[in-house]
Design a protein around this ligand. Structure first.
Ligand code: PEP
Ligand code: MG
Length: 570
């Protein structure tokens, strides 16, 4: 028996037999070929089969999946069609008179050199997507027979070095029980996908997956991030019980949707939903969220060549506002860094894209992109309660320029006799340490603040969100992070404006009590997590937590802090 630790990203427990993908990777060796044309034909068939497989994956993406899921499969399809993958190996087969596998390997090595020379870390990281596409073709060349065999995968727990989003979608449709990967971090694409596809999953095993053998019995605890290899019967029974408890808990939680979100001592808390695309509003309604606290509008700009115009955006925002019938916080575009859009391609390649022209910085530099969005959001505000939220504010000057532009757009709409809510509330996201430290300055100019812990943690602790090598440093309970959160909540309270939190931390019930004790009253999260946070709130005493949180915030030792939060949650 052996236990491995990674990041648990999909809730739930799975028990089953391991299927280790790495072991199925065909070994690639050079072979001389006599019949060059036949080999070229074999290569072309493998490309065509891979294309068909990817298209099948595209067609199986569940309707509720974030737009980026389809976008990533599309990106793989585009890479497959690129001449460097689909054509160049053909020439290598002819020149070297070698087998297709070897030609593809030579071409992949060449591409590796090109990517390694790129200055931009984000673009460099795209090499792993190329690898995934080329591996698919290699798989096809090797016969590819099992990749579409549903029975081979059903109920199995998959171990892989990394999984492409297309694989995750395909695997879900083939009813795998769970997956675990060496690479990836808690907010990597694979993790986001596992959550949205509801697959128990663990990422970031850092090579530990090599200890697993095919067919071995394993337990995956997607909540705690623990993989147990070859467990004894007693442990299997224990986890089976835990799994039953988990299912029971989910059923109990569903009953909570009609209950008030109130602490035991009568303090009302608002639980809001984060959505990426307009059609996700149904998930927010299902759990009876008090509204949408974060509508990530940049997803409307992804997977397309042209940015959506004002009318298209207006229709999308209006649809969300009208179908929810509750307040909707529309965040202006947060493109840049790891969120890229072909429709808003950067003109230069940044050395550190997370610190570059992203979010409000990009919008201010491209009024042709920003103005139609401001007009669309304002016009949607005529159809129900809308708040507008500005991402990544870091300087007052930038905020003032944004507020000036909004005033100007309002004047324009008035002149054109468009209806909109003149009192629309404008808020700012606190996700840069500078904004959190000087939250009072921002609070004086804005109608509300929302803490984006995903970026706040990234920038405060200097850990790249998408780099799994530094994910071990990701800690929402780091004293620096807690102090910045506290400073922001206090600044908002002093200025008399609401402060919400919409980063992942808000949807993790582990932190609910601590955040309540820090006086947070508005939480926005993935709708799936809303009812467990609600349950925690309904079992908490706000006044008592206020005192306990002060004691916790005075602690500095990470171990002590984590223990104190565990005690708070007992
Ligand atoms: C955040 O940074 O916490 C946030 C909610 O924004 P995003 O995850 O979209 O960057
Ligand atoms: Mg952010």
């Amino acid at each position: 028996m052996l236990a491995l630790h990674g990041f648990g990203v999909g809730n739930g427990i799975a028990i089953g037999r391991a299927l280790v993908l790495r072991k199925f990777q065909p070994a690639i060796e050079r072979r001389d070929v006599d019949d060059i044309e036949a080999e070229v034909e074999r290569f072309k068939i493998a490309i065509a089969n891979t294309r068909a497989e990817l298209r099948r994956a595209r067609g199986k993406i569940p309707a509720h999946s974030p737009g980026e899921v389809a976008g990533l499969v599309d990106a793989h399809l585009m890479m497959l069609e690129d001449a460097s993958v689909a054509v160049a190996p053909e020439q290598i087969i002819r020149d070297e008179q070698c087998n297709a596998e070897w030609a593809l390997k030579i071409q992949n090595d060449k591409l590796g050199e090109v990517f390694a020379q790129m200055n931009d870390a984000y673009l460099r990281s795209k090499k792993s997507d190329v690898d995934q596409v080329i591996n698919r073709v290699q798989w096809q060349l090797a016969g590819g027979e099992d990749s579409d065999n549903d029975d081979a995968l059903e109920g199995r727990i998959l171990f892989a070095n990394d999984l492409a989003p297309a694989d995750a979608v395909l695997l879900k449709s083939q009813r795998i029980a769970a997956f675990a990967t060496n690479l990836g971090g808690p907010i990597s694409h694979t993790a986001i996908l596992a959550r949205s596809l509801r697959i128990p999953a663990i990422v970031g095993l850092h090579g530990a997956a090599r200890f697993v053998n095919n067919g071995e019995r394993v337990i995956i605890d997607g909540s705690s991030g623990i993989v147990i290899i070859d467990p004894d019967d007693r442990l299997v029974e224990e986890y089976q019980n835990r799994r039953l408890q988990g299912w029971r808990k989910l059923r109990e939680l569903a009953a909570l949707k009609d209950e008030r979100t109130q602490t035991r001592d009568g303090h009302e808390i608002a639980l809001l939903a984060n959505i990426e695309l307009p059609n996700e509003v149904g998930s927010a309604r299902k759990v009876k969220a008090a509204g949408v606290g974060l509508f990530r509008t940049e997803y409307l700009f992804m997977n397309r060549e042209e940015a959506p115009g004002e009318e298209e955006q207006y229709a999308a925002y209006r649809h969300v506002v009208e179908s929810l019938g509750r307040p909707v916080t529309i965040r202006t575009i947060d493109i840049g860094s790891d969120k890229q859009s072909a429709a808003v391609a950067p003109t230069t390649v940044a050395t550190n894209p997370a610190l570059g022209l992203r979010a409000i910085r990009l919008c201010l530099s491209e009024p042709g992109l920003f103005r139609p969005q401001l007009r669309a959001i304002l016009r949607a505000s005529a159809h129900g309660p809308v708040d507008m939220m500005i991402p990544m504010v870091s300087s007052l000057d930038e905020l003032d320029r944004t507020l000036d532009l909004i005033r100007e757009v309002k004047r324009e709409l008035r002149r054109e006799q468009h209806n909109f809510d003149d009192q629309i509330r404008i808020g700012g996201m606190v996700e840069v340490p500078a904004a959190a430290i000087s939250a009072d300055m921002f609070a004086n100019r804005l109608d509300f603040l929302s803490i984006g812990t995903n970026d706040l943690i990234q920038y405060t602790l200097a850990i790249d969100r998408v780099d799994d090598d530094v994910n071990y440093l990701y800690d929402p309970l780091h004293p620096a992070v807690l102090r910045l959160i506290k400073n922001t909540i206090d600044a908002g309270t002093r200025a008399g404006i609401p402060v919400s939190m919409c980063g992942e931390m808000a949807g993790d019930a582990t932190y609910t009590r601590l955040l309540l004790g820090m006086n947070l009253k508005l939480f926005s999260m993935d709708p799936l997590r809303l009812l467990s946070v609600k349950s925690m709130i309904r079992n908490s005493d706000y006044e008592k937590l206020r005192e306990q949180a002060d004691d916790i915030l005075s602690l500095n030792e990470p171990g002590e802090l984590h223990d104190a939060v565990d005690r708070l949650n007992e």
